[in-house]
Design a protein. Structure first.
Length: 215
């Protein structure tokens, strides 16, 4: 018998492949600023807040700017990103995600969103998935980005469960670390080499059943 009461899903790179849109927008900014930004570099930005991501990007490019310019640069990146996500629809929900969520609902396991993105609500609405969630914690509700556990702990608190009764689904190194910091087991979505601190790693949700919740 599983003790799991809540599954907490990261959004970008777990429910939808928006990680690619974040990457394209950051790379476009790097291009404009005159330096290279690779897929490998991008791993460091996953799960990290917008402003923290910009800091990492500028560090990679060896650039320094004043606060005002940094805010403009982050805004520019976000404007491009928003252009990409406004075109999204249900077809961009990653394979197996909806089936797995339906399975959880049948078992009375609650579903939460734990994302630091401030664009989370518009993505969920565009892909018509908002009503699947019992709790939505996004970047507008937290002040600390992953690896801080705030986003996951807030979801547990809102649903009135203990951290150890939750399971986190994450594609980011910072997100797996946030789950560890929250005292929650995690399932990495992606590569076991990158997500080596997760309790389990799978390539995606296709054919996933409840045995994934046994640790
Ligand atoms: C996370 C992404 O979900 O949200 C990060 O993994 C992103 O790459 C962060 O920087 C903040 O997103 P947004 O949409 O608020 O810029
Ligand atoms: Mg993610």
């Amino acid at each position: 018998m599983s003790i799991v009461k809540v599954c907490i899903f990261d959004l970008d790179g777990v429910v939808v492949d928006t990680a690619k849109y974040h990457f394209i927008a950051w790379r476009r900014l790097a291009d404009e600023l005159g330096f290279e930004f690779t897929v490998e570099d991008n791993e460091r930005l996953k799960g990290v807040s917008r402003m923290d991501s910009l800091e990492i990007l500028l560090e990679i490019g060896g650039k320094t700017y004043d606060e005002e310019t940094k805010i403009e640069l982050a805004q520019k990146k976000n404007d491009w990103y928003v252009q990409y996500i406004t075109k999204m629809d249900e077809s961009e929900i990653l394979p197996g995600v909806k089936d797995f969520m339906t399975l959880l609902k049948k078992e009375n396991i609650k579903i939460a969103l734990g994302s630091v993105s401030k664009n989370a609500m518009s993505i969920l609405n565009n892909i018509h998935l908002t009503e699947y969630f019992d709790s939505i914690i996004d970047g507008t509700k937290v002040s600390n980005a992953k690896p801080d556990p705030e986003v996951f702990l807030n979801a547990a608190k809102e649903l009135n469960v203990l951290p150890q009764e939750c399971v986190v689904f994450e594609d980011a190194v910072a997100g797996i670390q946030a789950a560890i910091n929250a005292g929650m087991p995690s399932v990495g979505i992606g590569s076991p080499e990158i997500l080596n601190k997760a309790n389990k790693v799978v390539p995606g949700f296709e054919n996933m059943d409840l045995s994934i919740l046994e640790f």
